[in-house]
Design a protein around this ligand. Structure first.
Ligand SMILES: [Zn+2]
Length: 187
């Protein structure tokens, strides 16, 4: 008798070989058919075949509105590719790739210094289906850490204009979208 359940784990008994032929995602042992992967059980009554359909790996720890810490990898004209390093809400480390759309309407964003590879951002997740897209809108989101491209020292936001980062050593300046949670280091 076949127990009809939706999800199976690898090693779960699915049927005897007399009942169903093994399809994909299963294996046969001693006349029995077992699941070889985590997935959905499909009993094909017409073909008398049992298969396990793999479940698409969901971004378990990434939901909409999740806050993440990400590092900028590449900056294209209107898109930045990021690597999500850390999920704040669940305190998990990841290496997921995410994208940030750069709207070039405001004058700040026209600046080529707006985002650079190696910048660290605090962002929130917009979508997790297909590609992950994040946003840095909101005062707690944006740059949280960047180094000076000239001398390598940490940049710090100006007190009077937090969207301007300045190097205390060589006076290099750049405009960006800076988070209120920018990490202040001693330098
Ligand atoms: Zn500098």
């Amino acid at each position: 008798m076949i127990k009809n359940k939706d999800i199976c784990l690898p090693g779960d008994f699915l049927a005897s070989i007399e009942e169903f032929f093994p399809g994909s995602g299963v294996y046969e042992m001693n006349g029995n058919v077992y699941a070889s992967i985590l997935g959905k059980i499909i009993y094909d009554l017409k073909e008398r075949k049992v298969s396990v359909e793999p479940i698409k790996k969901p971004s378990i720890y990434l939901k909409r509105e999740t806050t993440v810490i990400a590092k900028v990898e590449h900056v294209a004209r209107n898109l930045a590719e990021l690597k999500i390093l850390y999920v704040e809400d669940t305190k998990t480390q990841t290496k997921l790739t995410a994208y940030l759309i750069l709207k070039r309407k405001s004058s700040t964003l026209k600046d080529s210094n707006f985002l650079k590879p190696e910048d660290y951002l605090r962002a929130r997740v917009l979508t997790t289906e297909g590609n992950i897209f994040v946003s840095i809108r909101g005062k707690n989101y944006g740059l949280i850490y960047a180094d000076c491209p000239i001398c390598g020292n940490p940049l710090h936001p100006l007190l009077k204009n937090k969207n301007v980062l300045v190097c205390n050593i060589c006076n290099f300046k750049r405009r960006s979208k800076v988070s209120l949670l920018y990490i202040r280091t001693k330098s």
